[in-house]
Design a protein around this ligand. Structure first.
Ligand SMILES: Cc1ncc(COP(=O)(O)O)c(C=O)c1O
Length: 467
């Protein structure tokens, strides 16, 4: 079947005939066509046939205030009418970018010195990696070029960001990762701990593995470590207790810069303004995006500490300028919308709100621990992951060929719930403006999807998970 199988000139046919979709099986798309969303309705989205969906990961972990925020529309409109564009190259600036930079420095998880703006999380992480290299050159350690990410980590699709990511499918046949990238363990306690091993002991083991990797590579060659405080695209995985404290000791011993990718965790998600606060991370560089503008416009930021900024000053002296930038760095409309977003967070006390709702949300999900398909539920704030298993006692996973997670996703969608599925993990990061009633809606729809999946597996006699 090709695009011609759709009604001629329908949006579906035109989509299939014209667009390439990210993270989509392109061949399959030619037969299935797109799911076209027509409008946002608060924390729901409505498709072109009027079906309403609750998106339990706020789009791509980003629409923190819902899908149509009037105040953000007005902020963009007002800024466009005043100054629709100007760049920030060669000493130029604009007031909304200045205000936003100040605001980000004021709320940073650890003291930070300066802010650089760009348009996406991927760009922010690419910039952070460039700055780590720049820093190591400035301080006379040019061999420190290697960057360590984590298996299953996700930092974006641009060349350095995807090299730092631990996602083999996103690197294969793109000739990536770049040669200076290495990867260490995924801090996935439920899946990775040995019998009887505490979270703290597991964290110690992972820190020791990181140290071994650095020593094997040669500490004089390792310049930066990049990590999401809680991992999103790996399937919503919160770190085990003590993890970042132990990791930080290793990084300090070997003068390795720490880049915290706060693209998902930033702005309240885990019950603090930053994931670094929730999990005790002390980064040199912080990247953020997504909820920075409630996802209403593409903008990201990189925050650098004084040590990194001093090095940038030195390099600027040496090179004649900080020779880096984007046409849209500090685009006044994006910074005005981000500034308004931060104002809304302050007015609604986003952190207080997430903390108040977290016990309801986490409790509703934890209740699924009684479900025959569910092996683990854990998370912080309004962020959580559920792992589906064939055998709870032994943590034995399902045969991937059964696509159990995908089945849950299909049943959920049929029931008006958009569910992010990563293998047999279900990830949750709803808009931060959800209410208790929305949590109940999510719980009821998810419960129905899990039951329908269980019935389907039982009917097909696949429950044992052997395929
Ligand atoms: C932790 C993390 N970092 C970076 C990115 C990339 O951001 P973007 O898609 O805006 O480039 C993502 C996207 O999901 C992410 O989850």
């Amino acid at each position: 079947m090709t695009a011609l199988a759709f009604r001629p000139n329908s949006p579906h046919a035109r989509d299939v005939a014209s667009m390439v979709h990210p993270q989509t099986n392109l061949r399959l798309h030619e037969t299935t066509g797109p799911a076209i969303m027509s409008r946002g309705a608060g924390v729901h989205v409505v498709d072109d046939e009027g079906r309403r969906f609750f998106d339990s990961t706020a789009g791509l972990w980003c629409a923190s205030l819902g899908f149509n925020v009037e105040r953000l529309a007005n902020a963009a409109y007002e800024q466009m009418r005043t100054l629709g564009y100007y760049h920030t190259y060669r000493h130029s600036s604009n007031s909304s970018s200045i205000d936003l930079a100040e605001r980000l420095l004021a709320i940073a998880p650890v003291p930070m010195a300066r802010v650089l703006f760009q348009c996406s999380g991927s760009e922010a992480n690419d910039v952070a990696i460039k700055l780590a290299w720049y820093y190591q050159n400035a301080v006379g350690r040019p061999e420190k070029t290697k960057v360590i990410g984590r298996r299953m980590g996700y930092h974006g699709s641009t060349i350095a960001a995807v090299s730092a990511s631990g996602k083999a499918d996103m690197q294969a046949d793109f000739n990536l990762p770049l040669p200076m990238f290495r990867h260490t363990d995924t801090p996935h306690y439920y899946r990775g701990h040995e019998d009887g091993e505490s979270e703290e002991a597991y964290s110690e083991r992972l820190a020791a593995n990181l140290e071994r990797l650095i020593e094997e590579e040669g500490p004089e060659t390792v310049g930066a470590f990049i990590a999401e405080p809680a991992m999103g695209a790996a399937g919503a995985i919160s770190p085990p207790r003590g993890y970042f404290e132990r990791i930080q000791e290793v990084l300090d011993r070997h003068e390795v810069l720490f880049i915290a990718d706060e693209v998902i965790c930033g702005f309240g998600r885990t019950g603090n303004m930053w994931g670094s606060e929730t999990y005790g991370a002390r980064p040199d560089i912080v990247t953020c995006a997504k909820a920075l503008s409630g996802a209403h416009l593409p903008i990201s930021a990189v925050l650098v500490n004084a040590k990194v900024y001093e090095a940038m000053l030195d390099e600027s002296d040496k090179q004649g300028a900080f020779a880096h930038g984007f046409t849209h760095s500090g685009h006044p409309v994006t910074t005005a919308v981000a500034l308004e977003t931060l104002k809304i967070y302050e007015e609604m006390d986003v952190v207080g709100r997430v903390r108040a709702l977290a016990p309801v949300f986490q409790g509703r999900l934890r209740a699924f621990l009684d479900h025959p398909l569910v092996g683990d539920v854990r998370g912080d704030g309004l962020f959580a992951g559920i792992e589906l298993v064939a055998d709870k006692a032994t943590r034995r996973p399902f045969d991937p060929a059964l696509g159990v997670g995908a089945r849950v996703g299909r049943h959920a969608r049929a029931n008006g719930l958009i569910q992010r599925v990563v293998g047999d993990r279900l990830a949750f990061a709803p808009p931060l403006v959800i209410t208790e009633a929305h949590v109940e809606e999510l719980g009821a729809k998810l419960g129905a999807a899990l039951d329908a999946t269980l019935d389907e597996l039982s009917e097909q006699d696949l429950r044992a998970g052997q395929g």
